[in-house]
Design a protein. Structure first.
Length: 123
């Protein structure tokens, strides 16, 4: 356990135990896809000293089915980003998170999200 925590910490993340447990309940390949999604999209989360941010995510599992999830991130001015929780959610909730993201972020982020979604659907 100490080796895994050290590696995650060196990567710039602090991870809550519930987060690890949820990923542990998924297929290992799906968990790896979620980890890749996080590393590709974590920079979209702005630093905020007062509240956590919920980021909606979508990956395609090995059965070619979408897996949607909500990721709670705490990103403040420290050197580590905290991945505090992850929950599998329904597609409707994921789409609600996308709509909220479009209302709160600039147009560039929304365009990048659409481009990533198109790329995932084509894969």
């Amino acid at each position: 356990m100490d080796v895994k925590q050290k590696y995650i910490r060196e990567a710039g993340f602090d991870v809550a135990e519930d987060f690890i447990e949820t990923l542990g309940n998924l297929d290992i390949r799906t968990s790896k896809k979620i980890a890749h999604f996080i590393s590709e999209n974590i920079d979209r989360v702005d630093s905020n000293l007062l509240v956590s941010t919920v980021l909606g995510g979508l990956v395609i599992d090995d059965d070619n089915k979408p897996v949607t999830f909500a990721l709670e991130v705490i990103k403040n001015n420290s050197s580590h980003t905290i991945l505090s929780d992850i929950q599998l959610i329904e597609m409707d909730s994921y789409l609600d998170l996308i709509n909220l993201n479009k209302k709160t972020n600039d147009r560039t982020t929304s365009k990048r999200l659409k481009k990533n979604n198109r790329r995932r659907l084509q894969s």
